[in-house]
Design a binder for this molecule. Structure first.
Ligand SMILES: *[C@@H]1O[C@H](CO)[C@@H](O)[C@H](O)[C@H]1NC(C)=O
Ligand SMILES: *[C@@H]1O[C@H](CO)[C@@H](O)[C@H](O)[C@H]1NC(C)=O
Ligand SMILES: *[C@@H]1O[C@H](CO)[C@@H](O)[C@H](O)[C@H]1NC(C)=O
Length: 460
């Protein structure tokens, strides 16, 4: 025992010795100023005044060789939760969450792959309204092998669901599956990029009564069945329109009814009591989409099932009252769909990163995040590392929605092992500003990226 403890202490001190701190007040400042009034900073001050797009700190960093480093930011957050952008060499960027705090706090900003020679790391305004003391860099330790489970949480998971999770496990860390939300956008990829994504993303949105009453109709289940016949993998999200309480005004039309701002539906009171009329309406909606999911089960099609997505963002009503009601609704969904309706073809994909929102390792099959950074093809490594920590590396990790596709070379260099990406619809894939056609062609032809033709027979 003792010698190994001594060795690990020695190891820690060696790593610590390799940590280098770069003071914000000594960097190049754009639109921001040096402050000293909030005590406890390191160096001779900190940087404040992030309040305008374009405000930034640029650190000049030299590295003796090309190497991956762990990057941390020392900050203070007296104005609430904020996001900053951290951009390496004007290329790869990551959105970094700075939780509210009135103490000087160190937060991980993921990893950066420094070039041999000179580099820049820029902290960009994004939400603004935070104080930056310094950044630190330390060479990254080699990533330990993943320890993910490929057994579904549902003990009665059917053979297709089991195969799908097992298949994702075989891909994880070796390749990334390409994915595209919406059948029309997927067809656009086929026509223009010359390859077909491995995963089709579809939506349960237009199957429930509060939307069908206004004329909404969907054929997403039929489209999913067709794509599954072609050997593809299906993921369903659910933009769940509040079952009642839609404002349906010019500003907040009925079709925005999944947004918190478009309804006064209160998830907390609805779930407080199972005899509440609104609880009953929620169950009715779940029963309605169960009918659709059963069609997929009957056809032998497993589903990467991602309800209650982006809950932590609070912009959807299921996240509007904080983590507890959202987690409660997750349990209700699981219980109703699995045990009441006998849906055993679902792989449960959780889609919030914050630990307070996490239902637990026994309640999710995959963890995932949605990230949008226009034109930024970075590896989203800070978010990836947060998801690794969230489930203690026991769950496969997916980029369930992206705007710009991460660059395969960077994914590999950063060991950001997202098992799939799924690009959002319309302009995100075909508009040219989130992803250029050249970039898409290069990416889809990368050996690292798996496409429909390359995954045929995955279920065997
Ligand atoms: C980085 O290296 C360049 C030469 O490559 C040198 O001019 C500069 O002073 C170095 N900067 C730091 C911060 O060490
Ligand atoms: C791997 O994960 C399992 C849970 O799935 C856990 O019990 C075990 O301790 C983990 N092993 C390591 C080396 O982390
Ligand atoms: C159900 O939700 C609607 C819309 O928010 C609300 O007006 C109504 O009071 C709720 N009913 C109950 C019994 O809480």
């Amino acid at each position: 025992m003792f010698p190994s403890i001594a060795r690990s202490l020695l190891f820690i001190s060696l790593v610590a010795a390799q940590t280098v701190t770069y003071q914000a007040e000594s960097a190049t400042l754009t639109g921001v100023t040096v402050g000293t009034s909030v005590a406890g900073f390191t160096g001779t001050g900190y940087v404040e005044g992030f309040d305008t797009e374009g405000d930034s700190i640029t650190f000049a960093i030299n590295s003796t060789k090309s190497q991956l480093y762990d990057l941390h930011v020392i900050y203070n957050g007296p104005y609430g939760d904020k996001y900053t952008n951290v951009v390496l060499n004007n290329l790869a960027g990551s959105q970094v969450f700075l939780p509210a705090t009135t103490a000087w706090t160190t937060v991980s900003a993921g990893q950066v792959l420094l070039n041999a020679g000179s580099n820049t790391i820029q902290i960009q305004n994004n939400w603004g309204w935070y104080l930056i003391d310094a950044i630190t860099l330390a060479p990254s330790a080699e990533r330990a092998p993943h320890n993910v489970t490929t057994t579904p949480i549902n003990p009665n998971a059917n053979a297709p669901a089991k195969s799908l999770l097992k298949y994702l496990g075989s891909v994880y860390g070796k390749n990334i599956l390409s994915g595209q939300q919406d059948p029309a956008s997927l067809e656009w990829v086929t026509q223009n990029v010359g390859k077909t994504p491995a995963i089709l993303g579809v939506d349960m949105m237009d199957y429930t009564e509060s939307r069908m009453a206004y004329g909404a109709r969907s054929t997403d289940v039929e489209k999913a069945l067709e794509f599954a016949k072609r050997g593809g993998i299906i993921t369903f999200v659910w933009h769940w329109g509040a079952p009642t309480g839609l404002y349906d005004t010019a500003e907040q039309p009925w079709y925005s009814g999944f947004y918190t701002r478009a309804t006064d539906f209160n998830i907390e009171t609805a779930l407080a009591d199972t005899t509440n009329a609104n609880y009953t309406l929620l169950i009715k909606d779940i029963d309605t989409i169960a009918v659709q999911l059963l069609k997929l089960q009957d056809a032998g099609v497993p589903v990467l099932w991602r309800p209650l997505h982006e809950a932590e963002g609070a912009w959807f009503w299921w996240g509007a009252k904080g983590p507890e009601p959202a987690k409660k609704l997750w349990d209700i969904l699981y219980e109703r769909l699995t045990n009441h309706h006998g849906l055993n073809n679902l792989i449960w994909v959780w889609n919030s990163v914050n630990a307070d929102w996490y239902p637990g390792n026994d309640k999710v099959d995959l963890v995932s995040a949605d990230t949008y950074a226009q034109g930024d093809h970075g590896p989203i490594s800070a978010t990836y590392n947060n998801l690794l920590a969230l489930a203690d590396d026991t769950k496969i990790i997916a980029a369930a929605e992206v705007g710009s596709v991460p660059d395969p070379a960077q994914l590999q260099a950063y060991q950001a092992d997202w098992v799939y990406f799924c690009v959002w619809t319309g302009e995100y894939i075909d508009g040219g500003s989130w992803n250029s056609l050249d970039f898409l062609k290069e990416t889809y032809n990368s050996e690292y990226v798996l496409t429909l033709d390359e995954i045929q027979g995955w279920a065997d």
